[in-house]
Structure formats: structure tokens, C-alpha cells
Design a protein around this ligand. Structure first.
Ligand code: NAP
Length: 256
């Protein structure tokens, strides 16, 4: 009896957790797809394929040739291109798509957020006065801050920022969450940070810097998400499992 084939676009903790839950269910044949960006990826609970598909068209072709029954976009909320490709590939191939997206962080009293739509806008909204800026936006878009060499930067990322920023004062911290509140308070105080640039990723692993910023009254330039419209979306792994169960309930398996 054939199983339902599920392809998870991953690279996140949620994708890994979802894969682990589906791995134990013999109704499904689950594969996880990774971009191949991380130098030392963690071990995964299901078979993994690595590397791009060749745009939306390539992904649509892959869904057809691999006879995928459901595509789940569990990529990072700021992996915008692959999410657009997933939406387009689903439309082209007629294969259903589900997005698993953690809810965004909401600002609370005491937060000093400046909301922007892109990293480019964050660069433009930096103050005129030289400031010690904590860049917590990952490594891929950090280079854009080379346009503002008057500021001092502390850049934190999982993998190294290469090439480094073209500015006179930048230091780099390699670290992978989860981060705790006490450590974040110590970092912000110790480095005399005057401004944070963050992405509204949601989730708990990297939220402590937002709480620390609130406690210390440090402003945060918050880059908001740009997600493709019209894609069914769930906020948790549990909700994704429920959606999958519902989608395939009552449906006869292929080849039966
Ligand atoms: P992106 O800019 O949206 O995607 C760029 C290209 O990378 C895509 O067009 C696709 O190539 C390929 N790609 C991305 N994710 C893929 C996947 N899961 N499987 C196969 N190909 C994939 O993506 P990104 O921001 O570089 O992120 C890459 C990966 O890192 C994603 O898996 C994401 O979940 C993870 N990640 C991203 C961030 C972030 O802040 N952006 C943070 C943590 C983890 P083709 O067009 O050739 O198919």
C-alpha cells in the first residue's frame, strides 16, 4: 500500500519537530528539504534532500516527478523567496500547500519598536548620531549595514558573516539560540548597546533580547515579515498535524 508523500521545506526547529512526529506515522512517507546553508546541519528524523530546486518551476516539477501529495512550507519566516516559490509551485502543480509559521511577536507596554518592512529600510532608519548597534538579523542581510559606517556594530549569527561588514567598527559573535534573559541583559549592558535591529521571527528561542531591550529601554528596529498571501497557515506543529490528518482523512491511499 502506497503512503501519502509529504515534502517539508525546512531549516527550522518547527520543521524538524514536525518531521519527527510524521516519521513515527506509517501512513506517511516524509522527506525534509534543506537549502544546504548551514555548515554543520543537525541530524534529522526523516530522509533529507539538500539544495535548491531551481525556482518555483523546478519545485513544481519536483512535486510532480516525486509524486508529492502535500507540500509543507516550514521554512524560517524570513526565508521569503522559498515561500513565494512554494506558493507558486503549489498553484502550478495543483498540489496542496500548508504553511507552518510561528506567530509574530507583539509589542508590549515599554517596548520601543520602530517597525520597518525590510532590512534596507532598517538601514535607512538608523539614527544620525553614531550608535552602538546590535545586529540580530542573521548573517545573510547584515552586509547592507556597510552603507552606514558611522555606527559600531555587534553582529550575532549562527554562521560567520562573510565577507565582514565594510565598516571600521564591527565585531562578531557566533551563537545559536535559545538565548536566556540574563545573558541578553548582560550582553546589552556590557556592550553598551544603544539600538537593536531584529527580525520579527516569533518563537521563544530568540525573544529574550526583546524582553531585555524592554527592561533597559533600548529601541528596537523591528523588521516585519512579508509573507505570500492566500496560503493556508497554521501556527504550531500540533495544528499542522491536525491539518494533515484532516486533509487525508477518508481519502483512499494511492494504489489501493
Ligand atoms: P530564501 O532566500 O527564501 O531562498 C533562497 C533559495 O534557497 C530558494 O529560492 C531555494 O532555491 C533555496 N531554498 C531555501 N530554502 C530551501 C529549502 N528548505 N529546501 C531547498 N531549497 C531551499 O531562503 P534563505 O533565507 O536563504 O533560507 C535558507 C534556509 O535557511 C531555509 O531553509 C530557511 O528555513 C533557513 N533559515 C533562514 C533564516 C532567515 O533568517 N532567512 C533563519 C533561519 C533558518 P531554488 O530557488 O533553487 O529552489
Amino acid at each position: 500500500m502506497d503512503k501519502h508523500r509529504i515534502l517539508i521545506l525546512g531549516g527550522t526547529t518547527e520543521a524538524r519537530s514536525l518531521a519527527a512526529r510524521l516519521a513515527g506515522d506509517d501512513r506517511f512517507d516524509t522527506t525534509l528539504s534543506l537549502a544546504g546553508r548551514t555548515a554543520d546541519p543537525r541530524e534529522q528524523p526523516v530522509p533529507v534532500r539538500i539544495g535548491g530546486f531551481g525556482g518555483a518551476e523546478g519545485l513544481a516539477r519536483h512535486l510532480e516527478t516525486e509524486q508529492v501529495d502535500l507540500l509543507i512550507d516550514a521554512t524560517h519566516p524570513f526565508a521569503a523567496r522559498i515561500s513565494r516559490n512554494a506558493a507558486e509551485a503549489s498553484a502550478r502543480s495543483g498540489k496542496p500547500l500548508l504553511a507552518l509559521r510561528r506567530p509574530t511577536w507583539e509589542s508590549k507596554e515599554g517596548d520601543l519598536w520602530i517597525r520597518v518592512a525590510s532590512v534596507a529600510e532598517a538601514v535607512r532608519r538608523l539614527p544620525e548620531t553614531p550608535t552602538r548597534v546590535f545586529l540580530a538579523i542573521g548573517r545573510q542581510e547584515a552586509y547592507q549595514f556597510s552603507a552606514r559606517p558611522e555606527h559600531a556594530y555587534l553582529v550575532r549569527s549562527v554562521d560567520p558573516v562573510t565577507p565582514p561588514l565594510d565598516v571600521p567598527d564591527a565585531r562578531y559573535v557566533l551563537a545559536c539560540g535559545p538565548f536566556g534573559l540574563d545573558d541578553e541583559l548582560e550582553l546589552l549592558r556590557g556592550e553598551e548597546i544603544g539600538l537593536i535591529v531584529a527580525k520579527n521571527s516569533g518563537g521563544s528561542a530568540t525573544h529574550a533580547k526583546i524582553e531585555a531591550a524592554r527592561a533597559l529601554s533600548i529601541p528596537v528596529i523591528m523588521v516585519e515579515r512579508q509573507e505570500p498571501p492566500g496560503v493556508p497557515s497554521v501556527p504550531t506543529v500540533e495544528a499542522a498535524l491536525a491539518h494533515v490528518a484532516h486533509l487525508f482523512s477518508g481519502e483512499r491511499k494511492r494504489g489501493v
